[in-house]
Ligand binder design. Sequence first.
Ligand code: F6P
Length: 555
Amino acid sequence: MSALTRSPAWQALEAHAATARRLCLRTLFREDPSRFETHSLTAGPIFIDWSKHLVTGETRQLLLSLARQQGLEAAIGDLFGGALVNHTERRAALHTALRDRSGQPVLFGGRDVMPGVRDVLARMRRFSDAIRDGSLRGHTGLPFDAVVNIGIGGSDLGPSMVVEALRAHGRDDLRVRFVSNVDDTHLVETLRDLDPARTLFIVSSKTFTTQETMTNAASARQWLVASLGDAAAVGAHFAAVSTNVGATAMFGIPSDRVFEFWDWVGGRYSLWSAIGLPIAIAVGMDRFEALLEGAHAMDRHFRSAPLDINGPAVLGLLGVWYANFLGCATHAVLPYDQYLHRLPAYLQQLDMESSGKRIDRSGDPVEHATGPVLWGEPGTNGQHAFFQLLHQGTQMVPADFIVAARGVRQLGRHHDILLANCLAQTQALAFGKTEAEAYAEMERAGMSAGEARRLAPYRTFPGNRPSTTILLEALTPSSLGALIALYEHRVYVQSVIWEINPFDQWGVELGKQLAGGVLSTLESRQGGVDLDASTRGLLTRIALAGDAPPAQGSR
Ligand code: F6P
């Protein structure tokens, strides 16, 4: 047993979990009229109701003891203070500096990083304003009406999720699109209705070596040069966001179109940096800065609120409670907001690339579960798809319901119906319907006693299925910034408890390495001698299939 799982706080939680599994939320609410008040909190602009969780006052105290035992408060200081929290890569994780609006210095290695941060923000403002007002033009003198971001992972998911979330603030005459997949259909379908003379590409890549991004960028450059008939057009139609300034120059992007960021910004924490340039172009720099403000409000809360009313700490500790003590292997994120339809995909990278780790900070295998599988879809769509399993399946899936009190659009009763569904689902999950209630309901509806008895077990909802309701006043750039930062810090809290590094991602390397070998075998059409039988067999089948004729599109 590891020191963590042997520790007093961990052991106490294990002992407590045996009884907590049998907790009944109906009873907890009946016996404590103030449960909602004592199990809810305000974090920046966000209200969090965590009363519908399988926790008692004792659970809460035991989780806080675990947090203190693991040094959570000091670890929060380390994060903001520029300590090398990413110990395997010997890096800080100072994404909070990118949205620091305090005017105070943020020191890293004895130097204030804020002048550099402000300088890049000012350049982003000039550039995005010039695209939006049409003063910056393409090679043939036309203003841009489309911006295509080419990136993947953190260089795609954050900005694309935010652009979708803030679509209400976008402009119809300036389309902002994202290409990530190396599957050529993604690039081809994205470009097929665009005018090359009015299209700007942003190549976003921290390393500027990622195979998918560089392949897409090269094909985009070919498309542009072939259409405009002049290789010199590249300088006017490409910008780059990267830490690898040398490689951007090699690609042919002029230095005044290269937006820098730094090693201390992890890919999945980078939307606050110049990686957010497509956001600034889509909705304007003022709104991008409002996004930063919202995140900064959450940072202030995370740094200063006592742990028991600290949003990221409470959500992180609940994550630990379910993953390690109640055996939950997955966690659902259910935004009741169509604008947030890409949030689950974004959070999958944030959470699973950060928490999918098996080696602890001392280099030993962990002896406890780490990150659960995170998944989700917007409500109400999920209700008509997978909610059946949430309500009556055999697994417990803790779920986050995210909703805004006020809708962005004001179309008829839509928002009230959305809200009602969101709240009703959390009610149904928590309080369920007993067999007696199901029976009585059918009897009242005029069903025969025999038929009602037969169907009652199927129409019973066990309840006691945990959920958090995350309530925004409205979805704005600022509340969105706070929401994203809430999840970022939740991931950090869990990593501190689990003693893992949430800022590296060695697990993505092996596939990349092997793809190199497979690709050369595939392209040389010669069976690789040291390939395993399965890969060799599949390559043979692929070779036999030959090259399919190119698809004939309507355009
Ligand atoms: O393969 C994983 C990863 O390294 C992510 O962590 C990162 O966000 C993504 O690839 C893209 O990397 P880059 O921005 O360097 O192209």
